[in-house]
Design a protein around this ligand. Structure first.
Ligand code: SF4
Ligand code: MG
Length: 326
């Protein structure tokens, strides 16, 4: 079946201006030719270190940031060519949940007013229906309607993220892009919010893109996981394949850093050294070559192709024949 979301060749280049005339002489290639699909009802995890382009990718899907190049097809509609007013309608169906709910909730507004806003913006229901819906969704995310008259500062971090989730749900979206929704929360609270998100997905038939900086967080919630490095997709596979038989040296290194729950399962450790290079000046060829323990001559010269190596398992690495240009 047709995927709910199809992303093809997505790029975001930010110009770097310099000198008195502000001449553009370089670009930060924040996202550089990223493609993937998301099926209805599934969760795609996108993982990578800060600066890998995962948040930029998420924002471009909703056109909160304009892509430099590429296509985004959502529910049969190509989004990058829509006018602003056409795009506003689509934003009913795609909503975002942010890392820091406190920063995204107006401190001077009551929760009721905050949750009402998307209904006002999209002109959904009359005032009475809107109020009813606010109370309904407060309950759905595990809060109570008596919380409606309170202000964001009166809630804990976990409760605030529940409010952020409720706000995203108000318009009955199909797709939720959650950008590190639990990264700012205590570990014990993380599990509660993840469980809530899974319950909501099942009950409301939601599709998720779940962005995170570590592979541990997305494992249980994702059907498939993509790993990004310096603006490129390094590997994408079913969650099982990615964690059991990672192909890309970067994924292998990230997994070596995740605590293994089963002590009998010992992974051969791939250790990477050094910092992430600047996306303004990414390494030639494979962008990971400056840190890769398996680097070969070809790696600094030729960009590996992101190619399907096994069914549903794609990777961009010269260790695999499919990635080497003919
Ligand atoms: Fe390492 Fe080369 Fe593969 Fe890049 S292409 S990950 S440098 S082996
Ligand atoms: Mg980010």
């Amino acid at each position: 079946t047709e995927p709910l979301l199809k992303v093809e060749g997505l790029k975001k280049y930010f110009p770097i201006k310099s000198g008195l005339l502000g001449k553009v002489n370089n670009h930060v290639k924040a996202v550089d030719d990223v493609s993937f699909t998301v099926q209805e009802g599934e969760t795609l995890g996108i993982v990578g270190e800060s600066g890998c382009g995962k948040s930029t990718t998420g924002r471009m899907l909703m056109r909160l940031l304009e892509p430099t190049e590429g296509n985004v097809t959502f529910d049969g509609q190509e989004l990058t060519s829509l006018t602003n007013s056409e795009m506003r309608k689509v934003r009913r169906d795609i909503q975002m949940v942010f890392q820091d709910p406190y920063a995204s909730l107006n401190p001077r507004h009551t929760i009721e007013k905050i949750l009402m806003e998307p209904l006002n913006v999209h002109d959904i229901g009359d005032p009475k229906e809107r109020k009813r819906k606010v109370h309904e969704f407060l309950e759905i995310v595990g809060l109570s309607s008596y919380h409606a008259k309170r202000y964001p500062h009166q809630f804990s971090g976990g409760q605030r993220q529940r409010i952020g989730i409720a706000r995203a749900l108000m318009t009955n979206p199909k797709l939720i892009i959650a950008d590190e929704p639990v990264s700012a929360l205590d570990v014990s609270i993380q599990a509660q919010v993840l469980n809530l998100m899974q319950d909501l997905q099942r009950d409301l038939k939601l599709t998720y893109i779940f962005i995170a900086h570590d592979l541990g967080v997305v494992r249980h919630i994702s059907d498939r996981v993509g790993v990004m490095y310096l603006g490129k997709m390094a590997e994408l596979a079913s969650t099982e394949d990615l964690y059991e038989k990672p192909l890309h040296p970067y994924t292998q290194a990230l997994l070596a850093a995740v605590p293994v729950p089963d002590p009998e399962f010992v992974r051969e450790e791939v250790v990477i050294s050094g910092d992430v290079p600047s996306p303004a000046n990414p390494p030639s060829g494979c962008r990971f070559h400056t840190r890769c323990p398996f680097k070969m001559d070809i790696c600094s010269e030729v960009v590996p192709i992101f190619a399907e190596v096994e069914k549903g398992h794609s990777v961009a690495c010269h260790l695999y024949e499919e990635s080497r240009p003919q």
